[in-house]
Design a protein around this ligand. Structure first.
Ligand SMILES: [Zn+2]
Length: 94
C-alpha cells in the first residue's frame, strides 16, 4: 500500500523557502539534509494516501499553527546543525 508522509513534503517546501534567509556557517547540501532530517525527527509524521496527500498538504499550508510549528523546528534544527555539523569539508571564513 502506498502512503506518503505529508510532513516530509511540508518541511521540504518550507525549508526550500527559508533556506536563503537562514544564517548558518555552512550551507552545503549535507548541512541542508541534516537540518531536514532533524526537523522531520522532531515533528510527528502525517501519513496520507498518495491521492489525498496533495489536498492534505494544501490544507496544512493554510493552517497557521502547523506552519509555525514547522518553522520553529527548522530554526531549532538549524541551530543544532550549525553547532554540531556532520563531519565534512566546511568552508572556512565568510
Ligand atoms: Zn555543510
Amino acid at each position: 500500500m502506498k502512503v506518503v508522509n505529508v510532513m516530509e513534503e511540508l518541511v521540504l517546501q518550507t525549508l526550500e523557502e527559508q533556506w536563503g534567509h537562514i544564517e548558518m556557517p555552512c550551507k552545503c547540501d549535507i548541512c541542508k539534509r541534516d537540518v531536514y532530517a532533524l526537523t522531520l525527527n522532531s515533528l510527528p509524521p502525517r501519513y496520507a494516501s498518495k491521492e489525498l496527500g496533495l489536498a492534505f498538504i494544501k490544507a496544512e499550508f493554510f493552517n497557521k499553527q502547523s506552519l509555525t510549528n514547522i518553522l520553529c523546528e527548522i530554526t531549532r534544527a538549524t541551530t543544532l546543525v550549525a553547532k554540531h555539523p556532520s563531519p565534512h569539508n566546511i568552508p572556512r571564513g565568510s
